[in-house]
Every structure is written in structure tokens, then in C-alpha cells.
Design a protein around this ligand. Structure first.
Ligand code: 4GS
Length: 266
């Protein structure tokens, strides 16, 4: 995967390329990274990249000429790449989009600053608009890093374990199961016995129940959307029966109390 980023702040990306999984992915040539400084493509002597908005108002707009020249330079570096503008107007980024982007060979990210980019850049030079969420950033750089990070860990061989990305919660529409590591007792809290048992089948089952429970409690919306498999349905039905049981007992006891109360008034 080749990432090309257009920005007026290329220095922001130095530490990003230089740490952890991203750094290792570059070293292992699973990804390559290039940042182009949009300012370098400004032709005037002060290399201005912004200007006042037509129609007035506060804030500045990214000038079209330097940005267009930078995008054309990126096209030469990554001819097959979609040119992606980071903007709240885009489709909202998620794991599915990360997976989709990871299947491509090259990606170009256009990071806007100020109030936004001149609309005429959008029309002809941008292929895709992506948002990382419904809030306003001061620039697209952090959004580009978020997407590059999530896309990189989808590329086979970039994570520690062979199938670490497939095991991700979001890969199957669930939140992650609970995790534990040493020590076995930490501040009086213990590790669930099953995880120490060595029974791999039961551990897998426990992890599925943990993932399902956490998703139910924290993100029921994800469970509603999910294409449940047989095992998952079985677990949810088991819990449903437990709850029905509890309510039945409660209503049973309550009915008796009601009867007692009714008898007393007679
Ligand atoms: C986002 C966002 C964003 C919009 C960039 C105003 C500077 C800013 N980019 N997801 N101009 N949310 N961009 O807020 O991607």
C-alpha cells in the first residue's frame, strides 16, 4: 500500500510514520508513505495557500491553484489512487471502509485547513470524501492519520499474530471480549478461572459470551445490525430464558402478595 498525503503541515506526520505498527509496516515494506507540502506548489513568492472567501464572512478558504498542482503531483506518484478529501461532508469512516481501502494499492489523502477547500477542487479533482465523525477539526491531518492507521492494520502481516485483524471484534460486528494478563490477582481482582484452564474450546466460548455481553451492554445498536450465527443466537436465547425465568419468579411471587393483600382487606 502506498499512502500519499497532501498537507500544509507535513511535519505532523513525522512522528506518526515513526512509531509502532506503522513504523514496522514501512520497514517491512508493507506500506510506503509520502507527504507532499501543498505550500511547495504555491507559485507566489510568499507561497500563500489560503485566501478570503468570496461573498465575505470570517475565516479563510484553501486556494485552488496550489492544491490542484499538489494533487496533480500526487497523481504522478500514485496514478491508481483515489484522491480522498477529509471532510465532515464525507461518508462516515468505519471498519468496513477501512477494509475496502485496504484492498487498494495506493491512496491519496487531501488534508484541508481553514474553513474548507475551494469548491472547484472538489468537483474535478476529488474522487471520494470521508469523515472520521460528526465534529469539526482544524485540519484533515488527524483524520488522514486515523484512516491510515486503521487501513494499515488491515494489511496482512502488519500485526503481530497471523490473523490478528480477522480476530478483531469489529471484523464480525461485535465489541472485543475482556482481556487479562499477569498477575493472576491484581488489587484483589482475579482472572476468570476458565482462562487458566487450558480448555481452548471453553475459552473460545467464554470469549464469545464476553464479546456478546459487552456488545449488548455498551452497543446494542451493533447487535441489532449484526448477522448472528447459530452459536450467538444460542447464547442470546439462553440469556433470554434466564431473564424470562427471573421475571416469571418475580411475577409469581408478586401475584401471591397481591392475593395476600386482597385477602387481608376482606
Ligand atoms: C474532518 C472530519 C474535519 C473541516 C478540516 C474544516 C478543516 C476539517 N475531516 N473528518 N476544515 N470530521 N475536517 O473536521 O475528516
Amino acid at each position: 500500500m502506498k499512502f500519499v498525503v497532501l498537507t500544509i503541515f507535513p511535519e505532523m506526520f513525522g512522528p506518526f510514520w515513526d512509531h509502532g505498527i506503522i513504523r514496522r509496516a514501512i520497514e517491512q515494506e508493507k506500506i510506503s508513505a509520502a507527504t507532499l507540502n501543498i505550500r511547495d506548489f504555491a507559485e507566489d513568492k510568499h507561497q500563500v495557500t489560503d485566501d478570503r472567501p468570496y461573498g465575505g464572512g470570517s475565516g479563510m478558504v484553501m486556494k485552488p491553484e496550489p492544491l490542484a498542482a499538489a494533487i496533480r503531483a500526487a497523481e504522478l506518484e500514485a496514478p491508481s489512487a483515489p484522491k480522498i478529501l477529509l471532510t465532515p461532508q464525507g461518508r462516515v469512516f468505519n471498519q468496513k471502509i477501512a477494509h475496502e481501502l485496504a484492498s487498494l494499492e495506493q491512496l491519496v489523502f487531501v488534508c484541508g485547513r481553514y474553513e474548507g477547500v475551494d469548491e472547484r477542487i472538489n468537483i474535478d479533482l476529488i474522487d471520494d470524501e470521508i469523515s472520521i465523525g460528526d465534529y469539526v477539526l482544524t485540519g484533515g491531518e488527524l483524520a488522514a492519520m486515523v484512516i491510515i492507521d486503521a487501513v494499515t492494520r488491515q494489511i496482512p502481516g502488519t500485526l503481530g499474530g497471523v490473523d490478528a485483524a480477522e480476530k478483531d471484534s469489529f471484523a464480525d460486528g461485535l465489541l472485543e471480549h475482556a482481556h487479562y494478563t499477569r498477575p493472576q490477582v491484581f488489587e484483589n481482582k482475579t482472572v476468570p478461572d476458565i482462562l487458566l484452564s487450558g480448555h481452548h474450546g471453553e475459552i473460545e466460548n467464554w470469549r464469545l459470551e464476553s464479546a456478546l455481553m459487552r456488545t449488548l451492554m455498551k452497543r446494542a445498536d451493533l447487535l441489532k445490525q449484526k448477522d448472528l450465527d447459530e452459536k450467538e443466537i444460542e447464547i442470546l436465547e439462553k440469556w433470554s430464558r434466564w431473564i424470562e425465568d427471573i421475571l416469571e419468579s418475580y411475577h409469581g411471587a408478586h401475584a401471591e402478595h397481591r392475593e395476600d393483600a386482597e385477602n387481608e382487606t376482606k
